[in-house]
Design a protein around this ligand. Structure first.
Ligand code: COA
Length: 254
């Protein structure tokens, strides 16, 4: 079974994260598949809308921690960087259906989606600091902007999870639905968009985003440089090893 399923129907390309036994954590190969799909969807006139969805029990537990240890991304062309740039610059409507945990990039990617629908079991978290890392995907810019600084500090410095209701309140989520209905509801919204004139959708999205696109990409680059360095430092190595060994990390010496 593929770790990312790709399906196109009625002008909607759906990308299903499908690695449930590993809580939908994202490997290098999965980032590459998702980045390639977004690039093709951007170029293909038959694709009008893209949906990213996971399983009813888990959206994504973020980057595969084993991959972080064994092959941390080293260049701006790394698949994860290509994926992040692709979602930030995707010109057509991009939707997400989120149920269960959405950890790390599982949450930060949502700041680049146009519409987000969540199951009432959705739990969002950005525990980068707890892993010896820093914010990524322009979240250091977009999270304070959306939530206000102090709530952003709780989410990004303390790494505290927040549930669907809180995500709705700050505007990260458009609507909360029963988990079993989240994917179908999101598909219905995607089909509504796919029936509209594509040029109007693309131009309106461009106009909404253009004011800070350059800033978003610059922030993403700066975060990427720090993140890439920190992945190789002792705090992150201890955090990743502790996760894989199923123990609490010991940061007393880092
Ligand atoms: N990378 C690699 N493997 C992961 C993973 C990740 N990000 N998240 C979960 N897994 C694996 C676990 O190692 C476990 O594998 P095993 O069955 O071989 O032991 C399996 O998925 C199930 O995970 P588990 O932790 O037992 O599930 P849970 O329901 O108790 O908890 C989460 C779910 C998502 C809360 C928890 O797995 C978690 O916190 N994951 C790490 C999140 C993270 O820090 N991501 C990086 C963000 S930058």
């Amino acid at each position: 079974m593929q770790d990312v399923l790709i399906h196109t129907a009625d002008g909607v390309t759906t990308l299903t994260i499908n690695r449930v036994d590993k809580k939908n954590s994202l490997t290098t190969a999965m980032y590459a598949a998702m980045a390639d799909t977004l690039q093709q969807a951007q170029d293909d006139d038959a694709v009008r809308v893209v949906v990213i969805q996971g399983d009813v029990t888990v959206f994504s537990s973020g980057n595969d921690i084993g991959d972080f240890l064994s092959g941390p991304p080293a260049t701006p062309d790394a698949p994860v960087s290509r994926f992040l740039r692709a979602i930030a610059t995707f010109p057509k409507p991009l939707l997400a259906a989120v149920c269960g945990p959405a950890v790390g990039v599982g949450t930060t990617m949502l700041f680049h989606c146009d519409l987000v629908y969540a199951g009432d079991n959705a739990a969002f978290s950005m525990p980068f600091v707890n892993l010896g890392l820093c914010a990524e995907a322009a979240s250091s810019l977009l999270v304070p902007q959306m939530m206000g600084y102090h709530r952003a500090a709780e989410a990004l410095l303390l790494g505290e999870p927040f549930m669907a209701e809180a995500a709705l309140e700050v505007g990260l989520v458009n609507r909360i639905v029963p988990p079993l209905e989240a994917n179908a509801f999101t598909q219905a919204q995607a089909r509504k968009l796919a029936a509209k004139p594509l040029s109007s959708l693309v131009e309106t999205k461009r106009l909404m985003k253009k004011g800070q696109m350059a800033q978003v990409l610059a922030q993403m680059d700066e975060e990427g440089q720090s993140f890439g360095r920190m992945l190789r430092e002792p705090a992150a190595k201890e955090a990743f090893t502790a996760f894989l060994e199923k123990r609490k990390p010991d940061f007393s010496r880092v």
